[in-house]
Design a protein around this ligand. Structure first.
Ligand code: FAD
Length: 384
């Protein structure tokens, strides 16, 4: 694969745009829900064959090693073409984690199948009583011979019904003096006997996550990543990658392009009060894009993301909500309609960005928790 960093940003954008316009299936553009794996697998494989499935991964592991500005171009063009989000936990989260903390054998076993679309990953962190206070998690793994035996339950596990694998946080030492200790990070094949899924329906009526139950589920000891009882450090690093992914300007920008269409169709740009709010959101979006670029750059240089990446998550998701709220308001009486709504023969799904942005201040660590992190670890404010 040739080095796309060597060509100009403009030439790269043209190449990506024309490929996305011709190669992505028309019927999957701008869907108001997350894509199921069966729907998007052909597109995943198309990108994989082109060598474009992992823009941020280093070349030695089969990635594109794209510069931050080119990664942003790719994200912008993905959104412009209405390409749906694929199950991407392998690419954006567990892949980089294995590169950093995994053994050579784990890298060999797990990285290529992610690129090839053979392994689809989900995240087993939250539990019914451990969300914000994740370190209190209770799902246990007890060593028996060459296996760990897992018992307990995870909840809100996104796209777990399509996943072949889960990365999971488990308690491996109940007597550790601090709750952050005694937690391990493991890899798990979802076909292992003893795993049961109960899908959960979201506000828009879609089943995009599930509660997952573990009843004497055995995973081999070499599925442990890093050291036993030291999973918290890995979990935190991985949450950094997640916050970067959530902080991408892709979703707010998608909502903003919808807002622009609706506003023009309804002649709202002539209203100074509206134009003022619109301009403010446009500036906030530009702000988010440059902040995002800074963090992408940091990851590409191989630096660990610090606690300050929480700011990106807060900004991105609150902006997404503000834009989607103005979108519903701008659509006036049409703002209550489900599905594609006609605005001068331009069809805009007004409600789905509103629905999709609601949980954004909860998942990936709620914004209240992110503010606590910024207060404590960035601003060094005194804790109560
Ligand atoms: C759409 C969606 C997808 C998700 N996908 C996944 C997934 O794939 N894998 C996974 O593991 N998890 C997933 N989650 C779970 C998510 O990470 C948790 O919902 C989140 O961490 C919050 O935990 P909780 O739901 O238990 O809320 P709680 O922890 O019960 O919090 C409830 C409220 O109290 C606030 N609060 C709690 N403690 C404090 C505090 N100390 N200071 C200030 N405020 C506080 C919270 O901010 C929140 O507003 C998903 C959630 C959603 C909504």
């Amino acid at each position: 694969m040739s080095d796309r960093n060597a060509i100009s940003d403009e030439a790269f954008r043209k190449e990506v745009r024309s490929f996305f316009e011709t190669a992505y299936p028309e019927e999957l553009r701008f869907l108001p829900r997350r894509l199921r794996w069966s729907e998007c697998k052909p597109w995943y494989l198309t990108l994989a064959r082109k060598g474009w499935i992992a823009p941020a991964w280093p070349k030695e592991y089969g990635g594109m090693a794209l510069s931050p500005s080119k990664q942003i171009i790719m994200a912008e063009e993905t959104e412009r073409a209405g390409i749906g989000r694929m199950p991407d936990q392998g690419i954006t989260q567990v892949g980089p984690t294995i590169m950093r903390y995994g053994t050579e054998a784990q890298k060999k076993q797990y990285l290529q199948p992610i690129l090839d679309g053979e392994h689809v990953w989900c995240q087993g962190y939250s539990e019914p009583n451990s969300g914000s206070d994740l370190a209190s998690l209770q799902t246990s793994a007890v060593r028996e011979g060459d296996d760990y035996v897992i018992n307990g339950s995870k909840i809100w596990t996104s796209m777990s019904m399509d996943a072949s694998h889960m990365y999971i946080l488990v308690r491996t030492d109940r007597d550790a003096p601090k709750k952050q200790e005694g937690i391990s990070f493991m890899l798990l094949d979802m076909k292992t006997p003893g795993i049961t899924l109960r899908p959960i329906r979201n506000i828009a009526g879609h089943e995009e996550f599930a509660q997952v139950f573990f009843d004497n589920v055995r995973t081999p000891v070499d599925a442990l990543v890093g050291s036993l009882n030291k999973g918290w450090t890995i979990a935190k690093a991985l949450l950094g990658f997640e916050r970067l992914g959530i902080g991408s300007p892709r979703r707010p920008r998608y909502a903003f392009t919808r807002l622009e269409k609706v506003a023009r169709s309804r002649g709202l740009m002539d209203d100074p009060a509206f134009a003022d709010r619109f301009a403010q959101l446009r500036l906030d979006l530009a702000d988010l894009s440059s902040l995002y670029g800074r963090y992408v750059d940091q990851v590409r240089r191989g630096e660990t993301l610090g606690a300050d990446v929480s700011i990106l998550k807060i900004w991105s998701m609150e902006l997404y909500q503000r834009i989607s709220e103005l979108l519903v308001e701008a659509a006036d009486e049409k703002g209550a309609l489900e599905g594609d709504v006609d605005f001068d023969d331009d069809f805009v799904d007004v409600l789905s960005p509103f629905y999709m942005s609601r949980p954004g201040t909860i998942y990936g660590g709620s914004n209240e928790i992110q503010r606590n992190i910024v207060a404590k670890d960035v601003l060094r404010l005194p804790a109560k």
